[in-house]
Write a protein that binds this ligand. Structure first.
Ligand code: FES
Ligand SMILES: [Fe+2]
Length: 378
């Protein structure tokens, strides 16, 4: 079958694309990146169904700290409530449906910007001016719908799906692999929201292969890695991963010299973890950084970009200074990735372009394509 046959729907093209062994795999067909129809399917069957990451739990430290996000078109508030629990709520007022909060901040209560209906941090309606004469209005029966939200190893995970298995269950193999680094113990030191002109999967795929590091990142980290020191084992249904070893001059990457609990390879291994669908974590014994993605049209992606330090480095008086250097390096790397992934999207829009063969270093990309294909019906 010609897997790039325009007669087939994007989902059918993708299914054909992933039905070959990895040893003869090619990149995903163009339509799964550029088609509005396919994006609508991804929103419905992936983004509205899976666990997505809203950032790090330590970014919402105090009661009333909140952030807002959109999940498949659904406005959502994530906050720390009075009891110190993370909680996610609908960000839509129960009066005439204005959205409530914007951006990030700290609030004692959630006050609608339209007519000032006011909600407690558990979503219950606290007060509503001028409503005493409506006989059907019953304040005690009104609250913002709750959305599932858990702290998984320090990551705020949110889903609109009442039936999704708990992340601790769903991702237990990942805990088995990287549990020794205790992701929950890392401290977030920066967080930014970016908008890039590429498809969300192009950026995800860029993350899940280190094949591009020596070339795309030749001006930054390219020299710290070699293609021979990259290992891409088979992944799991909920995530894929690979790991690399960098040279000793890569700053902050290896275990702190004073650390006595990490041994052997644990001291030097950099993990690149892709938690499906859209959380991408680089985890080293010294620091971490991550991207959490949400599509904003076929050719646009919203990027939450953050990172921080392992506790050994947080407690090192020089660490903040060192991390400023690492952050500057990560920003440059990110700029290079932006350039590479936006170029790919330009290529995906071309008529003459078409997907080519994958390297053995792109096994995670093939598994990601299989995952996407498994979620989209039709
Ligand atoms: S829409 Fe929120 S108070 Fe009217
Ligand atoms: Fe990169």
């Amino acid at each position: 079958m010609n897997v790039h046959n325009a007669e087939l729907s994007p989902a059918e093209q993708l299914r054909a694309n992933v039905s070959v062994p990895f040893s003869s795999a090619t990149a995903m067909p163009k339509s799964v990146y550029t088609s509005e129809e396919f994006l609508a399917q991804e929103l419905e069957h992936i983004f509205a169904k899976e666990w997505l990451c809203a950032g790090r739990a330590d970014a919402l430290k105090e009661p009333g700290d909140y952030l807002t996000m959109d999940i498949a078109g659904e406005p959502v508030i994530v906050l720390r409530d009075r009891d110190g629990q993370l909680r996610a709520l609908s960000n839509v007022c129960r009066h005439r449906m204005s959205t409530l909060l914007e951006g990030r901040g700290r609030a004692r209560a959630i006050v609608c910007p339209y007519h000032a209906w006011t909600y407690n941090l558990d979503g219950s309606l606290r007060g509503a001016p001028g409503m005493t004469l409506n006989e059907g209005f019953c304040k005690d029966q009104i609250s913002l719908p709750s959305i599932r939200c858990v702290d998984w190893n320090g990551w705020i995970m949110v889903t609109l799906n009442p039936d999704a298995p708990e992340p601790h269950e769903h991702l237990k193999e990942l805990d088995n692999l990287v549990g020794y680094l205790d992701m929950a113990s890392y401290t977030e030191t920066f967080r930014e929201e970016l908008n890039w002109n590429t498809n969300w999967k192009v950026l995800g795929e860029n993350f899940m292969e280190s094949y591009h590091l020596p070339v795309c990142h030749s001006d930054t980290i390219g020299g710290f890695v070699s293609l021979e020191k990259m290992t891409c084992p088979e992944g799991f249904p909920a995530f894929n991963y690979h790991y690399i070893f960098k040279t000793d001059d890569a700053p902050l990457t290896n275990a702190h010299p004073a650390n006595t609990t990490l041994t052997g390879d644990q001291r030097t291994k950099t993990w690149l973890i892709s938690v499906y669908p859209a959380l991408f974590i680089t985890l080293t014994p010294g620091y971490f950084w991550y991207l959490s993605l949400h599509p904003d049209g076929p050719g646009k992606v919203k990027v939450l970009y953050g990172g921080g330090l392992h506790p050994d480095y947080v407690n090192d008086p020089q660490a903040q200074e060192n991390f400023v250097k690492v952050k500057a390096l990560l920003d440059s790397v990110n700029d290079e990735d932006k350039g590479c992934t936006e170029k790919v999207y330009q290529g995906l829009l071309s008529k003459l372009g078409g997907p080519g063969a994958l390297s053995h270093l792109e096994r995670p990309n093939f598994e990601f394509a299989q995952y996407i294909a498994s979620k989209i019906p039709g």
